[in-house]
Design a protein around this ligand. Sequence first.
Ligand code: ATP
Ligand code: MG
Length: 174
Amino acid sequence: MEFRKLRLSGFKSFVEPATLRIEPGLTGVVGPNGCGKSNLLEAIRWVMGENSPKSMRSGGMEDVIFAGTATRPPRDFAEVVLHAADDAGDDLDVVRRIERGAGSAYRLNGRDVRAKDVSLIFADAATGAHSPALVSQGKIAQVIAAKPTERRMMLEEAAGISGLHVRRRDAEQK
Ligand code: ATP
Ligand code: MG
């Protein structure tokens, strides 16, 4: 899987629509403290289905919506679009949008899908919201301090087998 473009609108500090091209190779994001570097990484994780407000540094999921400033009113929704290509080179366009009071909705290549459908695609490609490919601030210390079960979850995500666990839980419930 290859990430090619990220578009944010009303997401955290990205109040105006902003597009970020992700070129092959290494991408560096530089800027002063508080300019939104970590918010970008969180947007990638969020569009892949992250559902823990804590790992988005939020109290509740709606906190990812631009909250307004002294000079700008808050927004009613946040939207992140991720343009990617799967291993066969086919386009994979994922949209997640959250509206105040209405929760999140996902679209995959223009079709409405469930959160789980999106999570599974990325978990199978070993690049899910909890992928060790995304290293947040403070994460290294967290890995060192992790319990063995937590560390196993990180390894399973890296190996691309966490999607299998979701399917097994599903099958067991049926
Ligand atoms: P550092 O270099 O300190 O790690 P950073 O570039 O990673 O900084 P971020 O943590 O991504 O910065 O951005 C923090 C900024 O995002 C803060 O100014 C914060 O007010 C703003 N922010 C976060 N959530 C929202 C929101 N819902 N609405 C408006 N602004 C927000
Ligand atoms: Mg940061």
